[in-house]
Design a binder for this molecule. Structure first.
Ligand SMILES: Nc1ncnc2c1ncn2[C@@H]1O[C@H](COP(=O)(O)OP(=O)(O)OP(=O)(O)O)[C@@H](O)[C@H]1O
Length: 451
């Protein structure tokens, strides 16, 4: 077999038992494993099972004894790509290997497409496929590369903190410190020392000098959340830092200079506060060199299925579990307006997870206001499910944009082609359930491509 395949130009490594094979497999990356079922110290099936999880892209072909149908069926069931019956004919071997090579190629392409597809729908944990979120992602990419100050505005719980982190992680400061200060959580007198630091004896109780958050963030990013809450005195001091990056720690007359990228956020209308005279206009302009508005969930309701999926995954990770939505839940949750935005949604899912018995999240475990909004029939909850909405019961995001739908369709076509129409294999390739694949196959009219 080695000679036959080498003549065809393949690179072959040989092992005569499981032990040697394991060493080889550790050392090198292989595309195809061709193995006898019976090995001196193990079986080819055992090796396949061992490696499948860590190396899902490897193609397994097993050699079975003549007439041993049971072994062959078993191997295929456990995920072998194909089997060869001994005695193995050179032509047959070449054909199977050619098909395997094609499978490996398509599988790699598919993985790549899946990554591109996933990347388009999230940025450093900020999930979103809506036009409104695409705009936010675009802005994050644009501002990340320059150390300019950014002002994030949006309702509470929309994800401003996460957006600030995304800007930091997209920037070339990503390996430097990221420091977050919630200006509303700290009393004003303390906030000044927290931000700028103090010298020993600067105030009663200052028994030793301490560096402030500006110094802690030197070279990196400082995120000032709830910026609207700072006092006029602190606004003046902040103006100074935004102008020339210098400040004086409390009790010190030694000026400090730092290289800090500032990101500020608020859920108040800062411009209105400027008009009312409660926020300094000059500081407003220094902070708002670039402004990004983070949309509320009402403005991007189409992202709800995606967010619900992502938050369920996050909660699952936290609980070391694997939660799933009960049938129809996605649709019901999408009928509520979520005034507390992603934070409210997250809390509701986390609560349902705690209350659930087992791993199924049930509608009855969601807060009263969510249940009432849906059951009360604001029109969306009780409507006859459309063909597309029916998909939500399978955890499908029925609101994919056209572009993403095209992507999805071609990924499914590709997977069906690779698996030669075997839907179970195609579903596994795509990382979705068979039921979900069946729904999507029907949705895109791809029935002809399955066998
Ligand atoms: N796009 C997103 N995808 C998934 N989870 C998100 C996303 N944005 C935010 N979250 C989660 O939602 C919650 C609220 O987000 P965050 O704290 O960033 O909101 P915020 O706008 O800063 O709120 P506040 O104005 O109250 O400070 C957090 O648990 C966060 O992890």
């Amino acid at each position: 077999m080695k000679l036959t395949l080498e003549k065809e130009g393949y690179r072959i490594a040989e092992a005569s038992d499981g032990k040697t094979a394991r060493v080889l497999f550790e050392e090198e990356t292989f595309d195809i494993v061709l193995s006898d079922i019976l090995l001196p110290d193990t079986t080819g099936i055992k090796l396949m099972e061992e490696w499948k999880e860590s190396s899902p892209g490897v193609c397994y072909i097993l050699c079975t004894a003549y007439g041993d149908v049971e072994d062959a069926v078993n191997a295929m069931k456990l995920g072998a790509f194909d089997y060869l019956t001994k005695p193995i004919k050179a032509d047959e071997l070449k054909v199977v290997i050619e098909r395997a090579v094609e499978w490996v190629r398509l599988n790699k392409e598919n993985q790549y497409l899946k990554k591109v597809f996933a990347d388009q729908r999230q940025l450093h944990g900020m999930a979103g496929a809506s036009t409104a979120m695409k705009r936010v992602f675009d802005m994050v990419h644009k501002v990340a590369s320059q150390p300019i100050t950014v002002l994030l505005q949006g309702e509470s719980g929309t994800g401003k903190s996460r957006c600030a982190q995304a800007i930091h992680l997209e920037s070339d400061r990503k390996n430097r410190p990221y420091v977050e200060v919630n200006c509303a959580a700290i009393p004003d007198q303390l906030l000044e020392s927290e931000l700028f630091g103090f010298t020993k004896g600067a105030f009663t109780g200052a028994t030793r000098a301490q560096k402030g958050k500006f110094e802690a963030a030197d070279g990196g990013t400082l995120f000032l959340d709830e910026i609207a809450e700072i006092s006029p005195g602190l606004q003046a001091k902040l103006l100074q830092v935004t102008q020339d990056k210098t400040f004086y720690p409390l009790g010190s007359n030694e000026q400090k200079k730092v290289d800090v990228r500032l990101i500020a956020a608020t859920n108040r209308d800062l411009w209105e506060m400027v008009q009312e005279g409660t926020f300094r206009e000059d500081l407003y302009y220094r902070l708002n060199i670039i402004g990004i508005n983070i949309p509320s969930l009402r403005e991007r309701a189409e992202d709800l299925p995606l967010l619900i999926d992502q938050l369920t995954e996050e909660v699952s990770r936290e609980h070391n579990s694997n939660y799933e939505l009960e049938a129809g839940l996605m649709k019901k949750l999408s009928a509520y307006s979520w005034p507390g935005n992603i934070r409210e949604l997250y809390n509701a899912i986390a609560r349902a997870a705690v209350l659930s018995e087992g791993t199924t999240l049930r509608f009855t475990d969601f807060p009263k206001e969510v249940r009432e909004a849906t059951e009360g029939g604001d029109g969306r909850g009780e409507a006859e499910p459309s063909e597309e909405q029916a998909g939500t019961e399978l955890g499908d995001d029925y609101s994919l944009t056209n572009e993403l739908q095209n992507y999805e369709q071609s990924a499914i076509e590709e997977a069906l082609r690779q698996s030669l129409g075997n839907q179970a294999q195609a579903a596994e390739l795509l990382g979705i359930s068979r039921q979900s694949l069946l729904y999507k196959v029907r949705k895109y009219g791809l029935q002809g491509q399955s066998v």
